[in-house]
Design a protein around this ligand. Structure first.
Ligand code: GLU
Length: 471
């Protein structure tokens, strides 16, 4: 396993591979690659039992070529400086690929959130926020955190509340963080955004007849056999949308082990089983796999690693049977493994495109906060009435009457969720075709990851060039 090469070094290897295709100058490339700022802070936490624990936390801002910088906060015991730097770099490239006008950032709190009470997590989160404020590492125009592994809407609401307490009268204060609960400045559709984006990305990749032919698959989602590693927010929602589109979920992997059934597993039934028994194992009709990571090597069409980085490495890559690997997590396939898989003709849909759904909808939330109005509020009823007039015209011209149900469906004006989903779908589909086009232009040597990096590097470079520093 290429664990010896640090995560950030792996991201930079992928960067270097792509940089060679860009023709950009060495100095400019060196500047883009660096992580511009890293803030490390240590603070005490008073536990509920009165004892004191020392908490270490980070915020890395990779690139300020566009502001604010953007990226989630990870709550996990293995958080470290290299990881947040790597993840912040991936945020820069991801935002560039999907044309979301942010620089990249990432935060991390070195803590196992499942071992702390809600009150303790609230104290940690509020303290972390204050530390960020003190160093100017947060603000609607500076750096805007979001959920990541181990955090969610609850943590984001504590961040927003802490920030707002300390920024009296700042009109745009709500835009200091995204992924908030809807009642607290959040946006509908943010929770499932990353998983839905993963689905849109896979669906688009699988609908290209020539690409599917090359790997021996039929176009379309119907009947595709899918294995998902990680049933957290991203994996669960991606699996749900895939199942709804006719994909067959044949395997799941979680901490406690993995399960497999060639006939397919019903997602909700597996989730309920896990809730009841505390484990996905022993699900009726499924086979248990001794090691969770064995699920990665199952016979399937699409493998979705939706957990953490470094899951598919040079050691297990030769045994992967999937024809498509969809990187729902950040960095699940190491750079060495990427090479091996490319040689074997496996289609890897890269993280820096595929899991961008979260930040895309975060962008919509941030715009909503800055504009202080819900999407659809101004136009929904007007559109509905215009469609109704149109339907009446059709009725008069054709002598056909629409039913009440048809009226409701056909004359519906778009609400916030409709607009968020349509914006997300359009962004994912457009970005997929941009990187696919670059891949085709660059020929055999470039895979989709390299193409996405070429796209990102070129866009970031243009910003620097426009500043006039790098002609
Ligand atoms: N943590 C998510 C990611 O890795 C979302 C980031 C955001 O919304 O800013 O893309």
């Amino acid at each position: 396993m290429s664990g010896r090469i640090s995560f950030f070094a792996q991201v930079n290897r992928n960067f270097d591979k792509a940089a060679a295709f860009t023709g950009l100058g060495r100095d400019l490339l060196r500047q883009i690659k660096q992580c511009n700022c890293v803030y490390q802070v240590v603070f005490p936490l008073k536990r509920d039992d009165g004892s004191i624990e020392v908490i270490r936390a980070y915020r890395a801002e990779h690139s300020q070529h566009k502001l604010p910088t953007k990226g989630g906060i990870r709550y996990a015991p293995n958080v470290n400086e290299d990881e947040v730097k790597a993840l912040s770099a991936l945020m820069t490239y991801k935002c560039a690929v999907v044309d979301v006008p942010f620089g990249g950032a990432k935060g991390g709190i070195k803590i196992n959130p499942w071992k702390y009470s809600e009150a303790e997590l609230e104290r940690v989160t509020r303290r972390y926020t204050v530390e960020l404020i003190r160093k100017n590492f947060i603000g609607p125009g500076i750096d805007v955190p979001a959920p990541d592994f181990g955090s969610g809407a609850r943590e984001m609401s504590w961040i927003a509340d802490t920030y707002m307490m300390m920024s009296t009268g700042e009109l745009d204060a709500m835009g200091c963080v995204t992924g908030k609960p809807v009642a607290q400045g959040g946006i509908r559709g943010r929770t499932e955004a990353t998983g839905l984006g993963v689905f849109y990305g896979i669906r688009e990749a699988c609908s290209q007849p020539e690409d599917m032919k090359q790997i021996g698959l039929d176009p379309g989602m119907e009947g595709k056999r899918v294995v998902v590693q990680g049933l957290g927010n991203v994996g669960y929602h991606a699996a749900r949308f895939i199942q709804d589109a006719g994909g067959v979920l044949v395997g799941f992997a979680e901490y406690e082990g993995a399960i497999y059934s060639y006939k397919g597993l019903d997602l909700e039934a597996v989730m309920n089983h896990r809730k009841e028994t505390g484990s996905i194992l022993d699900f009726p009709g499924a086979k248990n796999l001794p090691n969770s990571s064995d699920a990665l090597e199952l016979d399937c069409d699409i493998l979705i690693p939706a957990a953490l980085e470094n899951q598919i490495h040079s050691e297990n890559a030769p045994r992967i049977k999937a024809k498509v690997i969809a990187e729902a997590a950040n960095g699940p396939v190491t750079s060495d493994a990427s090479e091996l898989l490319k040689e074997r003709g496996v289609l890897v849909i890269p993280d820096n495109f595929l899991n961008a759904g979260g930040v895309i909808v975060s962008y919509f939330e941030w715009i909503k906060n800055l504009s202080h109005v819900r999407f659809g509020r101004m136009g929904r009823r007007f559109d509905q009435q215009a469609y109704q007039r149109l339907l009446k015209g059709v009725e008069q011209a054709t002598n056909h009457s629409f039913s009440e149900a048809e009226y409701t469906e056909l004359a519906r004006g778009a609400d916030e969720l409709d607009l968020v989903r349509s914006g997300l779908e359009d962004t994912m589909v457009t970005a997929y075709h941009s990187i696919r086009e670059i891949k085709l232009q660059k020929g055999e040597k470039a895979d989709l990851r390299t193409a996405a990096f070429v796209d990102a590097i070129t866009k970031v470079a243009l910003c620097y060039q426009e500043l006039g520093i790098f002609p």
